[in-house]
Design a binder for this molecule. Structure first.
Ligand code: SF4
Length: 335
């Protein structure tokens, strides 16, 4: 296992190791929508999504990239003395546009000398060969990753969420990205309607088998005005308590490779958007709880991971049989 101060490998550690300093994300909006809203794939979007929630507080709408960057940098310098940045295209599907436009906006962001990385959030069905080629070219000079929403490895759940793509579409997108040398960070949600903890851990195992570079964990957050809220009102979805969510993530971390970069442990949408659960606002307290469970169980990220090549668990070479410490989280109980 890595020699780090946390029992998992956070994005902050990756960035410090890579750039020797803290690196800050600046969210950039290029005015795009999403194929799951504009009719390209479907309308209405995913049942849990309100794209408003992706906008930083006080966001004034799409402005020229240079202006968005300048404002973001000014804020981060004042608050944190920031020196380096990630251009984070995170609003809706940030590859859902003409290639020429994407080329221009990405290049504009990367032209700033303090921008060291490009992060692009999108859907698995929005990562065609042309976009992959573009990002692959950029990755020769910059750190580049795509953030793909998967949410669940069960097609039946994806259908219920109106995701408009299948698990196979996700696998193919990951394969294309990896073949082109592009890092993939995948978003998943715990506590989805009809899913047990076991089903959730199957999703985690899929990510481990795909060897994705990064993972973002979220609890299901029921957002005001969404179809998920309607379902919640009818009793069709139960928001996880923190007591149930934290062990989900502790077990998930044990199943992932030790080198997977953990971009977040929980969702922390502002309270004004949230119907339930209401415990998400303080992500540091949630992280502490997850870390507490991991430490109590004597595990760490990768403790229960078995790579396909070696048939063994993490780099310490431990196997299921001698991972007695995981009994508390039960992560190594593979079925
Ligand atoms: S979650 Fe992503 S794919 Fe789904 S509607 Fe929202 S922006 Fe579109």
């Amino acid at each position: 296992m890595h020699n780090r101060d946390k029992p998992y490998y956070p994005l902050s550690a990756y960035l410090r190791e890579t750039y020797g300093t803290k690196v800050y994300k600046i969210t950039l909006d290029i005015g795009l929508t999403c194929p799951n809203r504009d009719g390209t794939v479907a309308t209405g979007g995913c049942t849990f999504c309100d794209s408003e929630t992706l906008m930083p507080l006080g966001f004034k709408g799409a402005m020229p990239i240079e202006k968005q960057l300048a404002e973001g940098m000014e804020r981060l310098v004042k608050r944190h003395g920031a020196k380096k940045y990630i251009a984070y295209f995170n609003i809706n599907s940030s590859t859902h546009a003409e290639l020429g436009f994407l080329k221009e906006v990405y290049a504009t962001a990367l032209a700033h000398p303090d921008v060291v990385a490009l992060a692009v959030s999108t859907r698995p069905d929005c990562l065609g060969a042309d976009v992959v080629d573009l990002l692959s070219g950029i990755s020769k000079d910059y750190d580049v990753w795509v953030e793909l929403g998967l949410q669940s490895a069960l097609d039946s759940t994806l259908e219920l969420l109106n995701r408009g793509h299948t698990v196979e579409t996700y696998k193919q997108a990951v394969e294309r990205a990896h073949a082109a040398g592009i890092k993939v960070c995948t978003h998943i949600i715990a506590g989805l309607p009809g899913e047990t903890e076991e089903m959730y851990l199957e999703t985690v195992k899929l990510l481990a088998s795909q060897n994705v570079w990064g993972v973002k964990f979220h609890q299901l957050q029921v957002v005001k005005g969404t179809r998920m809220e309607e379902l919640w009102k009818k009793g069709g979805v139960e928001a996880l308590t923190i007591e149930r969510y934290a062990p989900h993530v502790a077990k998930a971390l044990a199943l992932l490779p030790p080198a997977t970069v953990i971009h977040r442990l929980s969702g922390d949408l502002p309270d004004r958007f949230i119907v339930a659960p209401k415990w998400g606002a303080n992500k540091f307290l949630i992280a502490d709880r997850i870390i507490g469970i991991i430490k109590e169980s004597g595990t760490e990220q990768g403790a229960c991971y078995i790579s396909e090549e070696s048939g063994r668990s993490d780099e310490s070479g431990r196997s299921d049989e001698n991972l007695h410490g995981t009994e508390t989280v039960g992560a190594c109980n593979r079925r």
